[in-house]
Design a protein around this ligand. Structure first.
Ligand code: NIG
Ligand code: FE
Length: 387
């Protein structure tokens, strides 16, 4: 396999604490690293790199691990900018618009859904994303959820069944019948096409008891759990996620001290989605309280047409730093290694020896520019040996 050395890296963030400054960011200056088509083979000082078949001069730029966007809903049709405008004029977000996207998605062809997802993956990738999780959840029929997962499978192995997004209109007067469909026919059809199961456990969606029953059945059938929790209100959803050993509990907009204690004593990652608070004009989650208590925090886009039509991890980092008091290094770690942990992956989110060769070269001398220069296209190139 051909090898390549990337030399003259002004600032290399590896997220490997055995490297460089031995901080959590494992940072080196004036560095180089060697890769093959799959993985990182060597990391070290610029002048000490071993020979390789090809040499790339980074010209003093910063290099970071590829972003791991661990929470997206990017298989959908249509758009809901009118709802965004109404929210900016004072209306509250309550998830009620999900049914509009369900109608548009059901009406779209496979090819239309694939094209839309392709475009959003292209935007994410141009912004440095090398691993993306993709959820279903905008068809809410057995065949439709399978179809959405098939579209997702064209772009990622990290596929999540979200049949329990909301109760669709045709089951409005019989939610128990929908839950029965979810946990039998739909789940059986979707299991071969997904790795994860998720439930929107919140006011107006599914209760904690319903979410427990759905996720426990999904786990029995071979999926691994994750959960949307506390986006709209306090609930026992975070305790449920920790109890089920969910890889990640996502949103966490409303947090009580007890939730933070539970998360910091668990292996469940708190995935924060500040694009959603931005786009719904909601209070931002308490990243500082989580971090100071020792919880593991990830950052993701939540890309969807309702609450967060965001495809830029750089923008998410800028929000995390400016609005949630995360340091630039904490935000960078959470968008890379944090996202990997939220997907229980050790091979991505870092650039230690043996990691997948997934990285982004920035058009900047330091990764801090991602927050310092919001809105600029700072990713010069994205390299991926992974989907
Ligand atoms: O994660 N909250 C639930 N699901 C999505 C939003 C869905 C929508 O409004 O279309 C989210 O924010
Ligand atoms: Fe979401």
């Amino acid at each position: 396999m051909a090898t390549r050395v990337i030399c003259n890296v002004g600032e290399l963030t590896t997220n490997d604490p055995t490297l460089g400054d031995e901080s959590r960011l494992g940072r080196l200056h004036d560095a180089a690293f060697v890769i093959d088509d799959e993985q990182v083979l060597w990391v070290g000082r610029n002048g000490e790199a071993p020979d390789a078949d090809e040499m790339v001069d980074a010209g003093g730029a910063a290099v970071i691990p590829g972003f791991v966007d661990s929470h997206t809903h990017l298989v959908f049709a249509g758009e809901r900018s009118d709802e965004f405008e109404a929210r900016m004029a004072g209306r509250r977000y309550d998830g009620g618009g999900i049914s509009r996207t369900v109608a548009a998605t059901r009406a779209a062809s496979y090819e239309e859904l694939r094209e839309g997802a392709y475009e959003r993956v292209r935007e994410l990738r141009a912004g440095g994303v090398t691993t993306v999780e993709i959820k279903s959840g905008y068809e809410l029929t057995t065949d439709g959820e399978v179809r959405s997962l098939e579209v997702a499978g064209e772009f990622s192995h990290e596929r999540t069944w979200l049949g329990a997004h909301v109760v669709p209109p045709e089951f409005a007067t019989d939610r128990d019948a929908y839950i029965s469909l979810l946990t039998t026919t739909m789940l059986d059809a979707c299991v071969p096409h997904a790795k994860w199961a998720d439930v929107f456990c919140d006011r107006g969606a599914f209760s904690v008891d319903e979410a427990r029953a759905i996720l426990e059945t999904a786990c029995e059938k071979g999926l691994a759990p994750r959960l949307h929790a506390n986006q709209l209100a306090h609930s026992g959803a975070i305790a449920l996620a920790v109890d089920l050993d969910c890889a990640s509990v996502d949103h966490c907009t409303y947090l009580e001290d007890g939730d933070i204690d539970l998360l910091s004593a668990s292996a469940t990652v708190a995935t924060l989605l500040p694009g959603a608070e931005f786009s719904t004009r909601s209070p931002y989650p308490s990243a500082r309280r989580l971090l100071d208590a020792g919880a593991t925090v990830a950052l993701a886009t939540d890309c969807n047409p309702g609450s967060s039509y965001v495809t830029s991890m750089g923008f998410v980092i800028a929000l995390a730093v400016r609005e949630m008091a995360m340091t630039t290094d904490e935000a960078l770690w959470s968008a890379t290694k944090g996202g990997a942990l939220a997907l229980r992956r050790n091979d991505v989110g870092h650039l230690g020896v043996g990691a997948r060769a997934n990285f982004a070269v920035l058009d900047a001398p330091r990764a801090a520019h991602l927050a310092y220069r919001p809105g600029a296209q700072l990713v010069a190139s994205t390299h991926s040996a992974d989907r």
